[in-house]
Design a protein around this ligand. Structure first.
Ligand code: SF4
Length: 508
């Protein structure tokens, strides 16, 4: 019988979570590098270049790949011959102790994103606990852990359906992609669960994301069973949609498609999709009683030789002097480098601002949006000499319902966020001749290098959702919705879908 010490288990969980916060899985890096090499869409290639450069920078400095350092999900297989030595906690409590330790590690503090009372006060638990833990009791004398830190943007795009037995799984999956938008930060991996019951299909989809990326090997050797045929068919059909990196239009939307299946009721065909994003983070380890798990860092030489630099013809914008006349000249898809002062705000700050205005109250001093831009971000806390931790954009569609109010009542002229805007957001942008700019999701550490100072100016009680004022220098963004309401997330994928259908293209 193997004896596992409680502290070894806790430390292994903590070390694993720290490790995946700054090291992408190498199969992901290699697959993304290959997609980057093949990409023909300049906008998508630029976005992938930022993600790859960000990945190496994070590995070098041991700082998070993304400002959203995720909610922890773990699949734990406990051998039936395992004994827990000196344990005073249940195993879930031990996992949570490891999460707490990892997210509060002083040299690389991770963002606490988990809130309790999800249908009510939504109060941040401050230490990113609790994790979501799934167990299996299996023969053997080891504890096997697969653990992931899952970003909210990609988790939010999960889908589940109960198909009729005769319905086509491929058709349903491929039809979901255009509705998922780019808030899941493609290119990434699609996890699919087929069969079982409703909840089992979701679990299978999540579990499938723990597997290695092997689409190019699978294509090279050919499918051996129906599931592998489905993987290839879904992979090719999704990439033929032309959605591309960050939804900008391009050749690669998914780097792999994973499927796990399970027997189901004769009347049912449950199907679930869970996407993994540009910040794909997961790792596997085993404990055999010999101590804490060890993790081997990747070799920096193994990272692709990609060093993103802003395009020489990018337009430089001074945020402190920019006018409505200036923004009216910006074209969809144009690259800008922003310098000057930028206020931040996410869902909670937007709600509070509009509630104050509805009551006829003034906004806090320091919060003046007149002629200014807002950046949708919840940064990681700084460490060492940083002014701010990784600070990439959050999903802009969540702010759509606040956009009319913000543009009409605060004098705001522009927004910076991630992925597309919805219909309501675009209508408000067009009506007020405002503009929406897009930064690359999954390049948070690179983006943070453009932030030269940061201070909280209001709503400090909201933690990472407080309003900051950033001073930025050459922050890279793309004009995603112009003052006339033209959106690159509509034109880009449409153009690339057509091109993929018409020309021979290189695909991984
Ligand atoms: S890459 Fe995008 S979806 Fe993933 S954690 Fe970061 S912001 Fe969220």
């Amino acid at each position: 019988m193997t004896a596992i010490r409680q502290q070894d288990f806790i430390d292994s969980i903590a070390d694993a979570l720290q490790f995946i916060s700054y090291y992408h899985p190498q199969d992901f890096v290699q697959a993304l590098a290959e997609a980057y090499r093949c990409e023909e869409s300049p906008a998508a290639k630029d976005a992938m270049g930022q993600i790859l450069t960000n990945s190496r920078m994070c590995a070098m400095d041991k700082r998070p790949i993304c400002q959203d350092t995720g909610i922890v999900a773990a699949f734990v297989r406990v051998g039936m011959d395992v004994r827990w030595e000196d344990a005073t906690m249940g195993v879930t409590e031990m996992v949570n102790a490891g999460v707490r330790k990892a997210y509060q590690f002083p040299d690389n503090v991770l963002r606490a994103s988990v809130v309790s009372d999800p249908a009510g006060k939504r109060k941040n638990t401050e230490d990113n606990t609790p994790a979501v833990v799934h167990y299996e009791i299996v023969p053997g004398n080891k504890v096997d852990v697969r653990i992931a830190a899952k970003g909210g943007g990609s988790e939010n795009k999960s889908k589940m359906t109960m198909l009729n037995p005769s319905d086509d799984v491929v058709e349903w999956v491929v039809n979901q992609l255009p509705h998922m938008g780019a808030g899941w930060c493609p290119p990434g991996i699609l996890g699919i669960g087929i069969g079982g019951t409703a909840e089992k299909a979701m679990l299978l989809a999540k579990e499938s994301l723990m597997e290695h990326i092997d689409m190019s090997e699978l294509k090279a050797r050919g499918p051996k069973n129906r599931i592998e045929e489905l993987r290839i068919e879904i992979f090719d059909r999704i990439n033929a949609l032309g959605i591309g990196a960050q939804g900008l239009g391009g050749l690669t939307t998914v780097l792999d498609v994973k499927i796990l299946d399970y027997p189901t009721h004769a009347a049912s065909k449950p199907v679930a999709i869970i996407p993994n994003c540009a910040a794909t983070r997961h790792i596997h380890f085993e404990l055999d009683g010999s101590g804490v798990a060890t993790f081997t860092p990747p070799n920096l030489e193994d990272y692709p030789d990609v060093h993103w630099q802003p395009a020489a013809d990018a337009r430089h914008v001074n945020l402190d002097t920019v006018t409505r006349a200036d923004i009216a000249k910006w074209q969809p898809g144009e690259t800008l480098l922003l310098s000057g002062k930028l206020l931040t705000g996410r869902d909670a700050a937007h709600k509070r601002i509009l509630d104050l205005l509805a009551k006829g109250e003034k906004l806090p001093s320091g919060v003046d949006f007149n002629g200014r831009f807002i950046y949708y971000v919840g940064p990681v806390d700084p460490v060492r000499d940083e002014v701010v931790g990784p600070a990439g954009p959050t999903t802009a569609t969540r702010m759509d319902k606040f956009t009319e109010g913000m543009l009409a009542q605060t004098g705001l002229i522009g927004m910076v966020g991630k992925a597309e805007r919805g219909k309501v957001g675009i209508e408000a942008i067009k009506k007020h001749a405002a503009v929406y700019l897009m930064a690359v999701g999954g390049a948070a550490y690179l983006v943070a290098k453009a932030i030269k100072s940061a201070k909280v100016v209001a709503f400090a009680d909201l933690g990472m959702e407080a309003i900051y004022e950033f001073e930025v220098k050459d922050m890279p963004v793309t004009v995603a919705v112009d003052t006339q309401g033209r959106s690159v997330h509509e034109t880009g994928p449409a153009e690339w879908k057509k091109r993929i259908g018409m020309i021979p293209v290189k695909q991984i």
